[in-house]
Design a protein around this ligand. Structure first.
Ligand SMILES: Nc1ncnc2c1ncn2[C@@H]1O[C@H](COP(=O)(O)OP(=O)(O)OP(=O)(O)O)[C@@H](O)[C@H]1O
Length: 281
């Protein structure tokens, strides 16, 4: 693993009963890269994100973040009998951190369906995320505010709103924002947890072409401004091809191709499995 490696997914399988959602997946994302994960519906993209962020303990395999193993698991319970996958027996430990632990390590994510604190303002959404960096308890994050630290967080939240261009909407209710701005707020809220690695799950879903263009520029801007590494699931091929340094294509839980955008666009296996149809989406 090179010292530039930020994320390494190693031989990860996620099996739900008889359904193999992710099948012995190997993926690497290096510092400063924007890497996209594409593939047909049901290919296992969101499940892969859920493993990396601690929502699911993988059935088998390991995940490394900045060179350190943060997740490892092996078939247990009824999976011992069910699991027929590769690398059985290679993993012997069970390291299964919760999502808030993963956030604290420096991995943040957004979701396919926007998840904002609906009855809070734009500013409050950012501030609560800042508090969540320090506590996993939403009640504490919202109500136990202590003087000096609170003032510092407020200042950082104001600064973040300025950088992402939402300062004029500071006191609006999050849900009153136009769709594209809600997405931007959700990304800003993820940034408030001070991640090194940002996972974006279909950030352009439901966006019109203008909003998608704005988002493309926005993602590039935050990568540069925050020194981020970005791993993104996306179906909008214009966005993916324009912004990605590299792309992984997933089909039936397995990466079937990896390369720079031009290689992926010209890969016959990818065209057959996915791009032929995705162009119309
Ligand atoms: N909790 C679960 N229990 C059982 N099966 C699941 C679970 N989560 C996902 N799956 C199955 O795993 C497979 C992969 O689903 P996943 O949502 O990861 O695909 P995806 O590539 O993200 O699809 P999309 O592009 O539609 O979001 C699907 O067959 C899905 O039904």
């Amino acid at each position: 693993m090179s010292e530039n490696n930020v994320l390494k997914v190693e031989n990860v399988t996620m099996q739900f009963g008889g359904v193999i959602a992710v099948d012995n997946m190997n993926i690497e994302v290096n510092k400063g890269e924007i890497v996209s994960l594409i593939g047909p519906n049901g290919a296992g993209k969101t499940t892969a994100f859920n493993v990396i962020t601690g929502v699911y303990a993988p059935t088998n395999g390991a995940v490394y973040f900045q060179g350190e193993k943060i997740i490892e698991n092996h078939p247990q319970g009824k999976m011992k009998k069910l699991y027929q996958g590769e690398n059985n027996g290679k993993y012997t430990h069970s390291i299964v951190p919760t999502p808030d632990k993963i956030t604290k390590l420096g991995i943040a994510r957004t979701f396919q369906n926007i998840r904002l604190f609906k009855s809070q303002t734009v500013f409050e959404n950012i501030l609560i995320a800042k508090h969540l960096r320090r506590t996993s308890n939403l009640f504490t994050a919202t109500f136990h505010l202590n003087g000096k630290e609170e003032a510092k967080m407020r200042k950082e939240a104001e600064e973040l709103l300025r950088i992402v261009g939402l300062e004029d909407l500071r006191d609006e209710m999050a849900t009153s924002l136009p769709y594209g701005k809600q997405r931007r707020l959700e990304i800003a809220r993820a940034l408030a947890t001070e991640p090194k690695l940002l996972l974006l799950d279909e950030p352009a879903a439901g966006m019109n072409p203008q909003e998608t263009d704005d988002l493309t520029a926005f993602i590039a801007k935050i990568r540069d401004e925050f020194g981020l590494t970005i791993f993104m699931i996306e179906h909008h091929m214009d966005l993916v091809m324009e912004i990605s340094d590299r792309i992984y294509v997933l089909d039936f839980g397995k990466p079937i191709a990896e390369g720079v955008p031009e290689e992926i666009q010209n890969n016959q296996r990818v065209i057959d499995a996915y791009l032929g149809g995705a162009a119309d989406e």
